[in-house]
Structures are given as C-alpha cells and as structure tokens.
Ligand binder design. Structure first.
Ligand code: 13P
Length: 279
C-alpha cells in the first residue's frame, strides 16, 4: 500500500528505527526490494535519482514503482531521489510520486532555500512530501572541498523554518558511492542536529557504512537511509557468478538472479535498520 513519506518517517522517529530507501533501476530490482520488505514485514521506500534517468527513465519506471507499491502488503513510499530542478520535481509529482527530494546542497544557502521553498509550495499543494539537503555529501573519490562539509546546526534550523520541508538530508561524513575505506561518521554533529531540529533526518550514501555507525545513526535521529551502490554491487556479483557457473545461461533465469540478489541485499539492510516487524 502507498503511504506518505511524512507519515512513514514519523512512525520511524517514534519507534527509533530507520526506513531503507532503495534505488531501484529495473523491474526485477523493484520486485526484489518489495519482496524483501514483505517477507520481513517492513515499511520501505523505493526511489529513483535524476542521475539514474539515462538507464531507468522516470516516465517508464513510475508505473512499475506505483503498481508494485499499490500491490504490496506493507507500506511503501515512491520517492524521487536527488531531483536537480523544480521542473524535475514537478514532473515526478505529475507521474504520481508521493514524495520528492530537491537537492540544492551544492548551491549557495539562499539559492538552496529559494528553490526548495518553491518546490515545497508546489508539492504541498499536490499533497506530496519534500526532502531537501544541506551540507556537502559529495561522491567518493571527488575531493570537492576541504572546508567544513558537515551540515551546520544553526543553518539547518533556519533552512527548515524557511522551507517547510518534511525531512532533511544531512552531511556528517557520509559520501555516495563505493567507499575505499569505511568512513567514520560524525555522530556528535548528528546528535546536535537532532536536538536542534524536531525533524526526521536522512542519511545518504548508506552503502559501506559500518554497523556501529548505522546503529548510532538510527538511535540518534536518522529515520531514512539511502542505499544504492550496495544493491548494484550485489546484483553484479550474483550475475557474474551465475554466468560463470551455469552450463547454459539464459536471460530469463538471469532476471530471477537479479530479483533474488536485490531481495537479499535489501533484506540485509532492513535488518540492520531495525525496520523489520514494523509493518
Ligand atoms: P550509496 O550509493 O552510497 O548507497 O548512496 C545512495 C544514495 O545516497 C542515494 O541518494
């Protein structure tokens, strides 16, 4: 069943667990993720990022996401991840996404506020929830900035007040992509951000985070954790193994391998995030 992001994250905040937000790039990916959530009785967020549109066009994926979410026996949020413009967020809403993220984190503060506020105003009018980002999450290997990349506590409070967002993605030493070494997250900053803001916080770049940091995040205000790379790595490894070992590999069996690999990786994360048996 489809539910709103706000509602799902408020439940997570109350129960002190996090909901996994999994980037799904194919039908098998979506099916595997939802099957994992159903098996473990967990709420789940399925999401697509704008940078992923070239391999998974939003207008083709939207009907798959929405139908799979409607049919699911657990609560599902269909979310646009890292929308890069007002127009992309509007298009996602038109296609039926129940929540959108506008990512203006690389913009100057005032510009991030201005566009996020426009997105929030439009989304609220359509009954859609909004996530935004403040601070520099960045990508593994791209050393964009040596300055303080962590989300600033006072700025976060101002940002939330000015924009009216429902969830805020924070930068606490996390990065997108395949980490070269396991990162050490700034949990002290997370605690300060959580104390200052009564608002569900989001951790991006979930893949490769240590169990210890995941637990510290969940227990200190993170209610949504984004995972993309771990699923792609899991699928690639299982497909490689299948192609190596099968006497006569075929495409239809391989689609099943992709579905199972997605399910396995999503299950692992649901258990880590303690969202099992919450649906
Ligand atoms: P990873 O690819 O590092 O898991 O990050 C996912 C993410 O944050 C998507 O927004």
């Amino acid at each position: 069943m489809i539910v709103s992001l706000k509602e799902m994250l408020q439940e997570a905040d109350k129960g002190r667990y996090a909901v996994g937000a999994f980037n799904c790039l194919s039908l098998e990916n979506v099916e595997g993720a939802i099957a994992a959530a159903e098996e473990l009785r967990s709420p789940i967020i399925i999401q697509l990022a704008e940078v992923q549109f070239p391999c998974a066009p939003m207008n083709l994926m939207a009907p798959i996401y929405l139908e799979a979410a409607r049919r699911a026996s657990v609560p599902v949020v269909v979310h646009l991840d890292h929308g890069q413009s007002f127009e992309t967020c509007a298009e996602a809403i038109r296609l039926g996404f129940g929540s959108v993220m506008f990512d203006g984190a690389s913009l100057p503060f005032e510009e991030n506020v201005r566009i996020t506020r426009e997105v929030t105003r439009m989304a609220k009018a359509m009954g859609v929830d909004v996530e935004a980002e403040l601070g520099k999450v960045g990508d593994v290997g791209k050393d964009d900035d040596k300055a303080d990349v962590f989300t600033d506590v006072e700025e976060s409070a101002r940002f939330i007040e000015l924009t009216g967002v429902d969830a805020l993605a924070v930068a606490i030493g996390n990065q997108h992509g395949r980490y070269v070494a396991t990162p050490k997250l700034n949990i002290d900053r997370l605690i300060e951000l959580h104390e200052r803001n009564r608002m569900p916080l989001v951790l991006h770049g979930g893949s490769g985070t240590s169990v210890e940091d995941f637990k510290a995040c969940i227990h200190n205000g993170i209610c949504k954790i984004n995972v993309a790379t771990a699923i792609q790595v899991g699928i690639t490894e299982r497909v490689q193994q299948y192609l190596r070992e099968a006497a006569n590999p075929d495409y239809i069996t391989m689609k099943g391998v992709i579905r199972e690999a997605s399910k396995e990786v999503v299950k692992e994360h649901i258990l880590l995030f303690e969202s099992n048996n919450r649906a």
